[in-house]
Ligand binder design. Structure first.
Ligand SMILES: O=C(O)CCC(=O)C(=O)O
Length: 288
């Protein structure tokens, strides 16, 4: 009996040790799987195109405030750094041309609707890629059919403006501009705010560093006017979830009264978007 007892104690001892070791190894593995799973999921969510995978990690930090939930409008500061601004201005220096408006089939200069100069940026520039990546990361995963249009600089001198409009293309039935970043690169100006006439100005003074709060500042315009602030961005969604355009994001670039304003448009296109009446299910890819 005694002889038999020892192996049995030893068995208990080894079994208990193995169990403790096993549990601790398993919990280590679970812990490390868990730790590894989180960044993997997040990185996948943030990864969009091959170009983005190849570009460097963007560690730019910014603060975001939700200005409106319907339509979704957010203020981001600083969306872009001073060095990035200097670079974008430098590479665009000789590329500005008169801005056009799109009416029907053709684009034309119409001084009653828009006075500014535009310069389209290249997707190949590493700083442009980084800023595009930032814009994509901000929006999370929107599917394989969402791409960023080549970002465009808009330069407004005194008297420059852009009349009220929507950013989406009303004639399209599939594929459209679903979101907009209006980024202020140069804001050495009086006037030149971005006005949304159908939005309601919040009570209180909390937003007054971002929007015009005084009657003088509103200058007779209705709704909400975002003040140009160097480095900051306003982001908004152009459509309701059912695919119809959101009237709340009708907007204008108000006249610049003195100085210069340079904005940067970053538009995301979603080629899965369908209008209410669309039958087509294969949209063309973007032209640029
Ligand atoms: O300059 C602005 O404030 C608005 C510009 C704009 O609406 C546009 O470029 O589509």
């Amino acid at each position: 009996m005694v002889f038999l007892k020892y192996p049995s104690y030893l068995t208990y001892f080894f079994a208990a040790t193995a169990a403790i070791l096993g549990v601790s190894l398993l919990s280590d593995r679970l812990r490390s799987d868990h730790l590894m799973a989180i960044p993997r999921v997040v990185i996948d969510n943030l990864t969009w195109t091959r170009a983005i995978r190849q570009s460097s990690i963007d560690d730019h930090q910014y603060q975001v405030q939700i200005f409106s939930k319907d339509p979704l409008i957010m203020a981001i500061h600083p969306f872009i750094t001073n060095d990035e601004i200097a670079h974008l201005l430098h590479v665009s220096e000789n590329n500005f041309t008169t801005s056009l408006v799109y009416g029907g089939e053709e684009s034309r200069f119409d001084p009653n609707k828009r006075i500014s100069e535009s310069a389209i940026l290249s997707h190949d520039d590493p700083v442009v890629l980084r800023v595009e990546q930032r814009a994509k990361n901000f929006q999370g995963w929107r599917g394989n059919r969402t791409v960023i249009q080549r970002p465009t600089l808009q330069r407004y001198q005194v008297g420059g403006f852009f009349d009220y409009h929507y950013d989406w293309e009303p004639k399209r039935t599939s594929g459209n501009r679903i979101t907009t970043f209006m980024v202020y690169l140069v804001a050495d100006c009086e006037g030149g705010g971005t006005n949304f006439p159908y939005l309601t100005r919040p009570n209180g003074t909390e937003w007054c560093n971002i929007i015009e709060c005084t009657e003088d500042g509103m200058d007779g315009f209705q709704g909400v006017t975002f003040k140009p602030r160097t480095g900051s961005a306003i982001f908004w969604e152009n459509f309701y979830p059912n695919g119809s355009g959101h009237e709340g994001v009708y907007h204008a670039g108000l006249p610049v009264k003195s100085g210069v304003k340079v904005g940067l448009n970053i538009w995301s296109w979603d080629f899965s978007w369908r209008s209410d009446t669309a039958e087509a299910d294969n949209a063309d890819l973007p032209v640029n």
